[in-house]
Design a binder for this molecule. Sequence first.
Ligand code: HEC
Length: 162
Amino acid sequence: MVLLHGKLKQMVKLNIFIFSFFLNSIVLSNEIITIEIDGSNLPETQGEVLRGEKIFKENCSKCHGYSAEGLTAPELVGRNKLSGDNVSKTVGNFWPYAPKIFDFIKRAKRDTNDDYYSDEDVYSVTGYILKINDLFEGKIMDKKKLSGIIMPNKEGFIDFSN
Ligand code: HEC
């Protein structure tokens, strides 16, 4: 009896272990990773700029304006100087690293009932935003292309890394 009890305990422990392992993997698969500035850990998939335009017009323009010119939310397009009066920071003139645009859009959950966008959708809309900023000409956006884009303001920040 004692032996059986011990075995039962062991089995319960093992089951809890397996279950928590399983649960953990579900939680982890929903986790949003931080995309590095060099894009090295961007997902291995791709998105279409044309689809990105559709996603933008349907989901983003109500706050950012039909052509991303700004409405209740800031404009996302423009290359004005960052000095002088009425400075307007946009993706085109301010953001130093293109992979971070992916990171931002993937993370942002704008409407309370919105689900996070899929990686394909985020590539698509990132490609579209870069296109309207004249920083991307292709039809398909992926890890290699996004990591390769040199943003105009890349040198505009102080490097504290050394
Ligand atoms: C409910 C309104 C709303 C919707 C919808 C929305 N945004 Fe935004 N977005 C904002 C606000 C407000 C900010 C500025 C505050 C902030 O950075 O969180 C912002 C900031 C941003 C920025 C950073 C701008 C900058 O220069 O710092 C990007 C990029 C962006 N949004 C992209 C998108 C995309 C792409 C979509 C659609 C998939 C979207 N947004 C949908 C409200 C919205």
